[in-house]
Design a protein around this ligand. Structure first.
Ligand code: HEC
Length: 272
């Protein structure tokens, strides 16, 4: 930016008379083009942004106005609450259908294996058509559910950030386990050694293992031999090389302040 500023100022100081105007124009042109690489503001001005938050639309156009007549609160049939994007996502995606255990309620990218889709299209495999006792969904509404599933059944961007729900400690003869559980779905691929720091009295422990990585958490296993004076500290979140993300690649809210990021340190002193 500084280099550019000097350059443009140079242009102005050498210009005079009629030339001044064109240099001025040229100067601002450089400012726009040369100094703001990649800001596609000018190109995209007239294009409508494509709405890709399918779950937000499914929620506001279908689940909330139609399905929550029944699928709401403690009394929701089969525990299938659809009263918020969080509930809908957690109760549908990758959850086994109770009506038929061979299906998931929603299997990302597959309509035929998603019980929700079979139910709203009236497929005989799925029993009663949804919405129960009401007119079937329109083809546009079904299309919207299809768009959501075929694009990976992602959570909504308006969904609450995922944060730490609990940390459990378990000690065995030779090893200790620390299990981290989050209150929503995490991106398993982001749970890698670089996103976690394990140490004891400031000494880095590299030989820990990451076990049982699942959609809502992971466990860290450390052998007691590695611990200095029985002290163990595990750091997740900022200060590390990589961050653990949710399924739409937002960093988790590690410090529970309703903002993405932050860090959390678990620390324990073993009895000896
Ligand atoms: C009038 C009440 C009512 C309405 C409205 C309703 N449902 Fe249902 N739903 C039920 C009942 C009762 C069941 C359990 C019996 C069954 O599976 O047919 C059920 C079951 C389901 C299941 C199967 C869950 C499983 O694990 O087997 C899905 C999926 C479902 N509903 C989706 C919807 C959707 C989506 C809507 C809105 C478009 C909707 N329902 C509207 C009453 C309702």
């Amino acid at each position: 930016m500084e280099r550019c500023f000097l350059f443009c100022r140079g242009l102005f100081s050498f210009s005079y008379g009629n030339l001044f105007k064109s240099y001025l124009l040229l100067g601002s042109l450089f400012l726009l083009m040369g100094c703001q690489p990649g800001s596609g503001e000018f190109l995209e001005q007239n294009e409508e942004p494509i709405e890709t938050d399918y779950l937000a639309r499914v929620q506001s156009e279908i689940f909330s106005p139609i399905c929550t007549q029944c699928h709401q609160g403690q009394q929701a049939p089969l525990g299938l609450r659809l009263d918020s994007v969080e509930q809908s996502f957690n109760n549908l995606v990758n959850v086994t259908a109770q009506g038929n255990g061979n299906f998931l309620r929603v299997e990302p990218f597959s309509l035929e294996r998603s019980f929700l889709w079979l139910k709203v299209t009236g497929n005989s495999v799925a029993g009663q058509r949804m919405p129960l006792g009401l007119p079937p969904l329109s083809s546009e509404q079904i299309q919207l559910i299809e768009d959501w599933i075929l694009n990976g059944a992602l959570p909504s961007e308006s969904q609450k950030l995922v944060s730490l729900a609990k940390v459990e400690f378990k000690s065995e003869q030779e090893v200790v386990y620390v299990q981290f559980t989050f209150d929503g779905f995490i991106n398993r691929g982001s749970v890698i050694p670089q996103s976690i720091t394990v140490r004891s009295m400031h000494k880095l422990i590299q030989s820990y293992s990451l076990t049982d990585v699942n959609d809502t958490g992971f466990t860290i296993r450390v052998t007691k031999d590695e611990l200095v004076h029985g002290q163990l500290e595990i750091l997740v979140g900022e200060n590390n090389g990589a961050l653990i993300m949710d399924q739409i690649n937002r960093p988790l809210d590690f410090d529970n302040n309703e903002k993405a990021g932050g860090s959390y340190v678990y620390s324990i002193q073993l009895e000896r």
